[in-house]
Design a protein around this ligand. Structure first.
Ligand code: HEM
Length: 427
């Protein structure tokens, strides 16, 4: 170190450069006191979104499974890789497919970038769905979190729609026919179905107008909407008192056999407390609960960093091992048989094969309405903050049955349907 009056030599400036650069960004050393831990949360732009302390139940990995955070990190990774892809992509039916080939053939890390974007999109649909299941199965949608659950349902729909709009952009056979089938499902709605379809496609068939609309929805409208709703989702978590958890049990009074029993009495069934000035021994404060909180710095932040690293590493490994599909360029005269919607809509397509109205409109509408209304129908306060609480057996069984049926339909549509939507064996 040099004193204030010394002119530091070039050598000492170089030697101290890492420390000086670090200090110019982070003005305070890593905190070692409680005040410092609190200040770290308050004074950092990103960390101040968190409370200075969180309940220790929130930090249990087995409670949230990190699924909400994973959803967020996948969304951020999608935004980053998506912006990089925008440097190459052109939303024109004449160029889109060629740009995909360029990405594969002549852009450094182009294939890897596209793989990451593609698998993160599929991953986000799956992880957001699993996060919704965890929230339901721990009863976390109950008061005061009802509205945050409703926001969650909106996030789930926005996630599905974001993935769906991205599906068209490579402009290959897979994209073209998946969107043709997907938007046909929307067209089954009575009265407004065809108008909705026209609004989406900007035409009667999937073509240049549809590509442009899907592009604008995919890169601007839906990400902005998702960002806005995610921010409110997080703000609500703070306002609802942090994550759900079982009620804290009052602390057992500290007992010291040498001390007299606290002055408490019962008047008409009500517990009363004596003047504490007269009590020599330990006493139980009214509403006394043990301090079950932990400083966000470092416990919460390290847990978050861990989830981020795991998410990023898993995505990179999958993207190195598996290539995102790119089929032949669009050929409107040669539909594949069967033409399938994206996998998350294949359950609906399976239902459409039985009844266009029920598969395309009736059942999805009822499911979304049920999801939106569930916290306002199920008003009991029992079993919040615990997985598979006995008190919530009925609600959990109904939810799991519905979720399971949806998954089974998706599996049938994906693996067991062949030409002309006939049953085939996947083996
Ligand atoms: C883009 C999608 C989403 C993101 C980024 C997101 C993010 C998060 C995060 C980070 C948490 C706190 C940690 C955790 O619980 O894992 C959380 C909690 C919560 N989320 Fe989400 N979420 C999304 C979608 C959903 C969906 C689809 C639902 C339900 C339909 C939902 C309902 C809730 C509720 C009610 C909480 C509070 C849970 C509690 O108090 O235990 N979220 N979300």
């Amino acid at each position: 170190m040099t004193s204030d009056t010394d002119t530091p030599s070039l050598w000492s400036a170089l030697r101290e450069m890492p420390t000086n650069v670090w200090r110019s960004i982070f003005r305070n050393p890593l905190p070692s006191s409680d005040l410092g831990r609190a200040q770290t949360s308050f004074s950092n732009f990103f960390l101040h979104l968190h409370p200075a302390k969180v309940h220790q139940h929130t930090l249990r990995p087995g409670y949230t499974l990190g699924l909400g955070l994973m959803s967020l990190f996948l969304f951020i990774l999608l935004a980053v890789t998506g912006v990089l892809l925008m440097f190459y992509y052109v939303p024109s039916t004449a160029q889109a497919y060629d740009r995909m080939l360029d990405l594969r053939g002549s852009v450094a890390f182009g294939t890897f970038l596209r793989n990451m974007h593609r698998w993160a999109a599929h991953g986000m649909v799956a992880v957001v769905f699993l996060h919704m299941c965890r929230v339901f199965l721990t009863g976390a949608y109950k008061a005061p979190r009802e509205f945050n659950w409703v926001l969650g349902v909106v996030l789930f729909l926005l996630t599905l729609f974001s993935s769906f709009t991205g599906y068209l952009l490579p402009w290959d056979q897979l994209a073209f026919w998946a969107i043709t089938v997907g938007t046909a499902i929307a067209g089954y709605a009575p009265v407004v179905g065809q108008q909705v379809r026209f609004l989406l496609l900007g035409d009667y068939t999937v073509g240049q107008e549809a590509l442009l609309r899907f592009y604008v929805l995919h890169v601007a409208v839906l990400p902005l909407a998702l960002t806005g709703v995610v921010v409110i989702h997080f703000w609500r978590i703070r306002k609802d008192g942090g994550l759900s958890r079982p009620d804290d049990q009052p602390a057992a009074p500290a007992t010291d056999p040498a001390m007299p029993v606290p002055l408490t009495a019962s008047v008409g069934g009500q517990r009363t407390f004596g003047l504490m000035g007269f009590v020599r021994g330990p006493f139980t404060k009214v509403g006394n609960v043990p301090d079950n909180t932990r400083w966000s710095w470092p416990d919460l932040f390290i847990a978050e960093l861990f989830v981020f690293v795991v998410t990023l590493a898993a995505l990179m490994v999958v993207s190195l091992l598996f290539g995102a599909p790119l089929e032949e360029p669009v050929n409107v005269l040669h539909p594949p048989n069967p033409a399938k919607a994206p996998w998350y809509f294949l359950g609906l397509q399976e239902l459409v094969s039985y009844s266009a109205f029920w598969g395309g409109v009736g059942i999805p509408t009822v499911e979304v309405l049920l999801l939106l209304l569930v916290p306002y129908i199920d008003r009991g306060k029992q079993g919040v903050g615990r997985w598979f609480a006995k008190e919530r057996l009925l609600a959990n069984t109904l939810f799991l049955t519905l979720a399971f049926l949806n998954v089974v339909l998706i599996v049938i549509g994906t693996f067991f349907r062949g030409p002309n939507w006939a049953f085939v064996s996947p083996w």
